[in-house]
Design a protein around this ligand. Sequence first.
Ligand code: PLP
Length: 409
Amino acid sequence: MKLNERIKQARVSATVRLSQIARDLSTQGRDIVDLSEGESDFDTPAHVIEAAHAAMLRGETRYTAVSGTPALKAAVASKFERDNCLRFTPEQIVVGSGAKQIIFNALFCTLERGDEVIIPAPYWVSYPDIVTIAGGTPVIPSCPAGTGFKLTPNRLAAAISGRTKWLILNSPGNPSGAVYSARELGNLADVLRRHTDVHVLMDDIYEHIVFDAAAFATMADVAPDLAGRVLTVNGVSKAYAMTGWRIGYAGGPVWLAEAMTKLQGQSTTNPCSISQEAARAALEGPQDFLEDWRAAYPRQRDLMQDRLRIIPGLTVSRVDGAFYLFVGCADLMGTLTPDGRTLATDQDLAAYLIEEAGVVSVPGSEFGHAPYLRLCFAKSDAELEDACTRIASACDRLTGIGGEQGKRP
Ligand code: PLP
């Protein structure tokens, strides 16, 4: 039996692979600081765990409605109205086993071979592979640091063709931390109004993790006239430190929600009944602790940013949201490791940092933007300090930084 071309072309998720390498090395006794993960180090709130426990004791351990329990869908509808001024009926809402499954289902239901999906780079690792598995073609406009890692109306217009089915937008963005303002989304909406067949998959999973003066905005709210072709995706993973519970959800047009439900009914059936009750408690319960969490992130970001900025060869850009630093390392390309190997790519640098410093990061090339490293800063101060000291000392052992011959003074 041969594997099909779509799965052969898809890559193993880099973040999943690197997190596994970190776990394996730790198990072997290596002293590892894992900054490759896409999750915060807060614990799932106690009231959420208690709600899951109570649900089990009540016997809510059976199949549920495929697209989510009525109670969770009501909580999702209230959340959309409370936080995003979006109104959805239960028929417009689908709950899945994580936002990843929601995105997969939406693309799988809608793409025919050759249909194009615009994915601005740097992008979340999984988007292009999900598009490929679904039979579509990723179209990847580059959005460099000069554009704040954001898609501009001109680049969007240039990327649209007669085959474009979807534009995927992610704000706050993984890996860049870029946050689209309402005005920037409005400018993209102006382009989309001229292309009535293009739909928008708006990935809001980092909605609650925005800092400083940045304000979260989402397309269906900014451009209500486009709402009929926007799927607004979100989940509890990042906001409530619930990555392991696997609950994501979306609101969008009924025809799409129905198709996604049909697909889910023939694949995973319903998301875990216990996790659904936990997600309901997260969405309906107190939200004030999110403020405390939100206050912690910029402090962690500043700690790491300040320590990395002084390392020769690394460039640290501004981060307005999510919990990653996206660090440029162009000046380290071409340098030599102590054992004489050349660091030609960000993959080489990431491998060197694992070997030499025990620090696991994700190379920017995995996000379609090289040479960069993505480092998660949702860690304790001690871990961040430790990681920065290790990175500094590993970089200090490189020779030829910035084209210099020999070691820096
Ligand atoms: N979207 C983005 C941008 C992400 O970074 C992630 C997870 O890392 C997801 C979606 C998937 O989240 P979930 O845990 O809900 O599947």
